[in-house]
Design a protein around this ligand. Structure first.
Ligand code: NAP
Length: 321
C-alpha cells in the first residue's frame, strides 16, 4: 500500500469538543481533517433544549447548535469525513488513522470521540430495544403519547428525560436505586412540581415483560429484595455513559472506566502528538461547554506540538483570535 497523504492534524469525533478543536485549528491554517463519525454531532443530537450554553439566553436545540458548530469550523476550512474510524496506529512517528480500507496519516491527532449512553444489560432489554426500550426521550417520546412510561436513573439525564416525557406520556415514573438523587436541585424541584411524574425509590428494573411490545416491568426493591410487577408501555434508561475508547485502549493510557488519561493541565495523552478532548477524557463535568473548552485546549496543544517539531515552520494559532 502507498504511503497515505500526510496531514498536519486529524480530529476524530464530531461533537462540541471535535468541532471546537476544528474551528481553532482551521483558523490557524492547520487544515484539519475531521473524521466526525457516521452519526456526527455527538450526544447533543439527541438532546432537546440546551438552556445552559452561554450565549443562548433563549436556549437552543441540541442538533441546531451542533450544526452551527460544524458550519463555523467549515467556514474556516475544516474538512469533514462523515464516517467512523475503524483503526488507529500510533506506534510510529506518523500517526495513522483508518476508515475501512482508507488510511490517513497526520503529525498530530485529537481524539474527541465522546461517550455513549449505558443500558441496564439485562437480556429482555436487548429484545425490546426500539420496541418500548430507549435511551433517548428526545428521539422516542412522541411514540408514547398518553402512555404509561418508566425512566431509570437518578442523575440529571434521568430527570431531563422524565420531564421531557411528561409532555407526551399520561404518566411518568422515575425509578431510582437509592433514595437520594445525583441530579441538580433545580431539576428535582421541577420534577416534584410536575403532576404527571412520580418516584419509585430504592428500586431497580429486573425484567422487562412483553412479547412484541413492552407490557410490564418487574421491579426489585434494593432494600428488601422483594419483586413486583407494574404495567408499563415503555422504559427509558438514563443511567450514565461509557467513553468511546475501544479503538484506543491498547495504545493510549486510560483509567479503569476506559476514560483517556491526559497530563494534568493539558490535553496531551501518553503518545506524543495525540491529544484528547471532551467526554472521552472527562467523567466529571461532561457538559457541552466544558467539552468545547477542552477542544479549544487540544487545538492549542496540538499547534504548539506541531510548531515544536524539528523543521516544522509552525503557525501562530493564538494570533488573530
Ligand atoms: P450520572 O450523573 O452518572 O447519573 C447516573 C444515574 O444512574 C445515577 O443516579 C446512578 O445511580 C444511576 N445508575 C447507574 N447505573 C445504574 C444501574 N445499573 N441501574 C440503576 N441505576 C443506575 O449520569 P447522567 O445523569 O447521565 O449525567 C452525567 C453528567 O451530565 C452529569 O454531570 C450531569 O449533571 C450532566 N447532565 C446535565 C444536564 C443538564 O444540565 N441539562 C442534563 C443531563 C446531564 P447512583 O446515583 O446510585 O449512582
Amino acid at each position: 500500500m502507498n504511503d497515505p497523504e500526510t496531514r498536519e492534524l486529524i480530529i476524530i469525533g464530531g461533537g462540541p469538543a471535535g468541532y471546537t478543536a476544528a474551528l481553532y485549528a482551521a483558523r490557524a491554517d492547520l487544515e484539519p481533517l475531521v473524521i466526525e463519525g457516521f452519526q456526527w454531532g455527538g450526544q447533543l443530537m439527541i438532546t432537546s433544549d440546551v438552556e445552559n450554553y452561554p450565549g443562548y439566553p433563549d436556549g437552543v436545540m441540541g442538533p441546531e447548535m451542533m450544526a452551527d458548530f460544524r458550519r463555523q469550523a467549515e467556514k474556516f476550512g475544516a474538512e469533514f469525513l462523515t464516517d467512523d474510524v475503524t483503526r488507529v496506529d500510533f506506534s510510529g512517528g506518523l500517526l495513522r488513522v483508518s476508515v475501512g480500507d482508507d488510511e490517513y496519516a497526520a503529525r498530530a491527532v485529537i481524539v474527541a470521540t465522546g461517550a455513549t449512553a449505558r443500558f441496564l444489560g439485562i437480556p429482555s432489554e436487548e429484545k425490546h430495544k426500539g420496541r418500548g426500550v430507549s435511551a433517548c426521550a428526545t428521539c422516542d417520546a412522541a411514540f408514547f403519547r398518553d402512555r404509561d412510561v418508566y425512566v431509570v436513573g437518578g442523575g440529571d439525564s434521568a430527570f431531563e428525560e422524565a420531564l421531557f416525557l411528561t409532555k407526551f406520556a399520561s404518566r411518568v415514573h422515575l425509578v431510582h436505586r437509592r433514595d437520594e438523587f445525583r441530579a441538580s436541585k433545580i431539576m428535582i424541584d421541577r420534577a416534584e412540581r410536575n403532576e404527571k411524574l412520580d418516584f419509585v425509590l430504592n428500586a431497580v428494573v429486573d425484567e422487562i415483560v412483553g412479547n412484541v411490545k413492552v407490557e410490564a416491568l418487574r421491579l426489585r426493591s434494593t432494600v428488601t429484595g422483594e419483586t413486583w410487577e407494574v404495567p408499563a408501555d415503555g422504559l427509558f434508561v438514563a443511567i450514565g455513559h461509557d467513553p468511546n475508547t475501544a479503538l484506543f485502549r491498547d495504545q493510549l493510557d486510560h483509567d479503569d472506566q476506559g476514560y483517556l488519561v491526559t497530563k494534568p493541565g493539558s490535553t496531551a495523552t501518553n503518545v506524543p502528538g495525540v491529544f484528547a478532548a471532551g467526554d472521552v477524557q472527562d467523567h466529571t463535568y461532561r457538559q457541552a461547554i466544558t467539552a468545547a473548552g477542552s477542544g479549544c485546549m487540544a487545538a492549542l496543544d496540538a499547534e504548539r506540538f506541531l510548531a515544536s517539531l524539528e523543521g516544522h515552520p509552525g503557525t501562530a494559532l493564538t494570533a488573530g483570535r
